[in-house]
Design a protein around this ligand. Structure first.
Ligand code: GRG
Length: 293
């Protein structure tokens, strides 16, 4: 498998679909549609939509059927980044290699661009054809849960409340599971649902997604202390400045790396029953472990 070709072809597919789903930059009111597009097309990796499509692919589903769900997840992710960067949250000036939304459009429009991306995600997801085992209601509720107060928002709340405090490894895991792993696991689950996964297949892919999501955040914590702002496209060293609890801070860099290895191995084990069909997801897990941004 030529992974870099696979990844860039999938990115292209996602870019084209997102462009089709989003109102044009000239749609009234222009400012909000420009701001939504500014952040959405700022050069994100497209990890979540790509794993959503790959999950469908593992089950021999058509990736076109998963595309609306993949794009919906990316809209939710981008909303969360815009809001996370606001002065009242993480207060960052730099994201995806560009000035953050509020730096370009002001705080009011940045809040609204996030709101509008969150809302349009559900409109886009509803355009996914429903497979036999999963109704639209089930898939929309999956997305709502992943974005809501018991997952993504829960993680952000715990993160905000934990700043400057000494937190336990269990509390750190709670933050990472909710702030990061929940949306990653849901991306996998939604891709699997679009391909009409059996309950057992869905369970295995959920296990994969949860371990991959945690590994992704441990690696993100490591990169924050080992990479430059230019390489990351977002401010490096932020976690230390904000006195955030991270895996390197809690365990040290070497043990944090071992934890990322362990979680990636656990993710790969969950794929074993799929045999060779799981090749795209295995390759993605390996790529994420070695990534530099
Ligand atoms: C505002 C409700 C709300 C939640 C914010 C996403 C988030 C929660 C905070 C952003 C900061 C952070 C470290 C989040 C953890 C998830 C993460 C590592 C996001 C960055 O994801 P990438 O690397 O980003 O996939 P790109 O830009 O490539 O899409």
């Amino acid at each position: 498998m030529d992974f870099s070709h696979y990844w860039s072809a999938r990115q292209k597919k996602v870019e084209v679909a997102l462009n089709r789903f989003l109102p044009s930059a000239g749609t009234r009111p222009k400012t909000i549609h420009q701001a939504m597009r500014y952040s959405l097309f700022a050069g994100g990796k497209r990890l979540r939509p790509i794993i959503c499509l790959a999950s469908a692919e593992v089950l021999h589903g058509k990736i076109e059927r998963a595309l609306p769900l993949a794009c919906a997840v990316e809209c939710i992710h981008t909303y969360s980044l815009i809001h996370d960067d606001l002065p009242c949250m993480d207060n960052d000036d730099f994201r995806r290699g560009k000035p953050t939304s509020h730096k370009v459009y002001g705080e009011g429009i940045a809040v609204l661009a996030g709101d509008a991306l969150l809302t349009i995600a559900f409109d886009i997801a509803a355009q996914c054809p429903a497979p036999a085992r999963y109704s639209h209601a089930v898939m929309i509720r999956e997305l709502a849960h992943a974005a809501g107060s018991q997952a993504l928002v829960a993680g952000q709340v715990a993160d905000l409340e934990g700043e400057g405090k000494k937190i336990t490894p269990g509390e750190l895991r709670y933050i990472h599971e909710n702030k990061t792993a929940a949306l990653i696991a849901s991306s996998i689950r939604l891709g699997a649902m679009s391909a009409n996964a059996t309950p057992k297949e869905l369970e295995r892919l959920t296990d994969f997604g949860q371990s991959l999501g945690l590994a992704f955040q441990v690696i993100d914590d490591i990169l924050d202390v080992t990479q430059t702002t230019e390489k990351l496209g977002k401010s490096a060293g932020k976690d230390i400045t904000a006195q955030k609890a991270t895996y390197p801070a809690l365990l040290g860099l070497d043990k944090a790396r071992l934890e990322a290895d362990r979680l990636t191995a656990r993710a790969r084990t969950a794929l074993k029953p799929f045999g060779k069909d799981a090749a795209p997801l295995e390759a993605i897990a390996d790529f994420l472990l070695k990534r530099e941004n």
